[in-house]
Design a protein around this ligand. Structure first.
Ligand SMILES: *Cc1c(COP(=O)(O)O)cnc(C)c1O
Length: 401
């Protein structure tokens, strides 16, 4: 997408605005499937918590994707978008037993990550096949906030507890049909991922009737210049070779599954906001936009760096700005960032705004959530409306005071 297209969309749909480029999502999906083209049964389950708009789900469905879900509401959204239950996997953490049962009832593959739940479920529903999520205790990423494979992580069943899992399976007669891991959100080093995969293969050998092995996600995309990106093509080559060898050893064909969120949608997204104020203090120049962490919380929540461009003045002289929001809290998007000269009324564009941006937005400060637009075939399609005052009050019940 060109900056002029983004500016035209701001004219048409107002600001702040989320825009997603369909071609980028399709490109990323193809990159992943091409990297693993030698695997006979490949399954991509889009982790919809990254961006859950129904039109985005339909786009990924058209690409051939399944869905990875973490709540029954996500499952319901997926079904609503036209996915059949067999295309959905449910990988919750810490949800109630009743919710897991309700999802299984819908015919969706469930993935259990807790011994007590496994035992309870196996005893009650021995006929329903279940996948187990293991914790291989491997730190795939550099940022401890988003690495979920380490020893004290709340996710997964420790590989040291596999003997216990085997006892539960034997006692209940339940059927384990898949083994899953999701080691974290930032795979910087393919070798670390392959090392964790070995642990998954070792675990899989204990189970005789598996249909699939799910390697989760954590594929990294570049957010800023010089960022390391997961080399998906190289990972594809190496893991495919190892997977095919494992299939031989195991004695039957298996499905190789992934569940990427960020990799598929991050780079497709642009967040566009208008400069309300430029404020010069004795030490800093603040550029204040008509948004805040109510619309884009990743910089404050994870310290993530989104590239910011002034698309109203792309050729201007670069200066240093601290980009902040309008929320009555510290909501700094970027500190002393080099951006082309900013004037009040300019439109700033935040890159990599596809994953975990709109889906984490809120109404804090009683602000409306922005609109979302899908850019497809050279045209912007509104896929969710900007909220209105009605949305703010629709669930409130005013009592006599
Ligand atoms: C969030 C999540 C993913 C997606 O992670 P990304 O880093 O966005 O690719 C995959 N699997 C599970 C179980 C998750 O919770």
């Amino acid at each position: 997408m060109q900056p002029k297209d983004l500016l035209a969309l701001v004219e048409e749909f107002d600001h702040p605005l989320y825009v997603y480029d369909a071609a980028v999502i399709e490109r990323q999906y193809l990159r992943l499937t091409n990297a693993f083209s030698k695997v006979e049964n490949l399954r991509i389950n889009y982790a919809m918590k990254a961006l859950s708009n129904i039109s985005i789900l339909k786009l990924l469905k058209k690409c051939g994707s399944g869905l990875d879900t973490v709540s029954i509401q996500e499952v319901q959204l997926g079904l609503h978008a036209g996915f059949t239950p067999d295309k959905i996997i449910f990988t919750p953490n810490g949800v109630s037993f009743e919710e897991i049962e309700a999802v299984a009832e819908l015919g969706v593959q469930i993935n259990i990550d807790n011994l007590s739940v496994l035992e309870h479920f196996g005893a009650k529903h021995p006929k329903i096949p279940v996948c187990i999520r293991i914790n291989p205790h491997v730190m795939a990423g550099g940022n401890e906030n988003i690495s979920v494979g380490h020893i004290d992580s709340k996710f997964g069943i420790s590989i040291y507890q596999i003997p216990h899992v085997l006892r539960i399976v034997e006692n209940t007669g339940m059927h384990i049909n898949g083994i899953h891991m999701h080691t974290g959100s930032d795979i910087l080093d393919i070798e670390v991922f392959l090392y964790a995969s070995e642990i998954l293969f070792d675990t899989a050998k204990h189970f005789k009737n598996l249909d699939f092995l799910d390697f989760g996600s954590g594929f990294k995309v570049p957010y800023k210049k010089g960022d390391i990106e997961t080399n998906i093509e190289e990972l594809g080559k190496k893991l495919t070779k190892r997977f095919l060898a494992f299939e031989k050893e195991y004695g039957r064909t298996l499905t190789l599954a992934f569940e990427p969120g960020k990799f598929l949608v991050s780079e497709a997204g642009f967040f566009l906001a208008k400069i309300n104020v430029v404020k010069q203090t004795t030490s800093t120049v603040f550029a204040g936009i008509d948004s805040g962490f109510n619309h884009l919380i990743r910089p404050m929540f994870y310290g993530s760096q989104h590239q910011i461009e002034n698309i109203s003045n792309p050729k201007g002289k670069e200066r240093f700005y601290t980009v902040v929001g309008y929320i009555c809290e510290t909501d700094t998007f970027a500190n002393n960032r080099r951006i082309t000269e900013i004037k009040e009324g300019d439109i700033l564009c935040f890159k990599n705004a596809g994953a975990y941006c709109y889906s984490m937005s809120s109404n804090y400060n009683s602000r409306f959530k922005p609109a979302e637009v899908l850019w497809k075939d050279g045209k912007g399609h509104l896929i969710s409306k900007r909220e209105t005052f009605e949305d703010l009050i629709k669930n409130q019940i005013v009592i006599e005071i």
